[in-house]
Design a protein around this ligand. Sequence first.
Ligand SMILES: [Zn+2]
Length: 171
Amino acid sequence: MVGIAEIKAGLESIKLAGDIAQGLGALTSKADREAKIAELSREIAAAYQSVAVAALNEATMLEENQRLKREVADLKDNRAELEKYELLEAARGVFVRSIKESARGIEPPHWACDTCYREGKIRVLHSTGKLSHTRHTVLECTGCGRGYNCGVPREIPRVQRQPNYSVFGEE
Ligand SMILES: [Zn+2]
């Protein structure tokens, strides 16, 4: 919050200090002048404190504003990244997120964890090298650890497969 109340209080203190300073010349006794000077000092100190609080509030607000702008930019980037994926039934009843062909660019075809996706994170599924009882390759999310019995993505051309892919099924 910009310190509107503090700025108002500071301005009132400055006005009071001005009024006190104007009245100083008319005072004849030393005691009265010293009392007014003490009052003047208090008003100047109050004005300074109010302005300092307002400045601190403004600095805090600017910092928060910058943080929120960065957060919004990160969320937009993350949303754009999430929109590159679509839900796919990789094997009967096994759902993964598959990168869309149109959004893939130079990345190889791959699948991502649906559980992590729903939490706003893209985590690519990696082969564990194990076969499930249905002879599908077991893929695993390195983020949440969830296993997927769904083999390798069909989109991967055979020429790009590693020699040991034959043990993962589909051969
Ligand atoms: Zn996951």
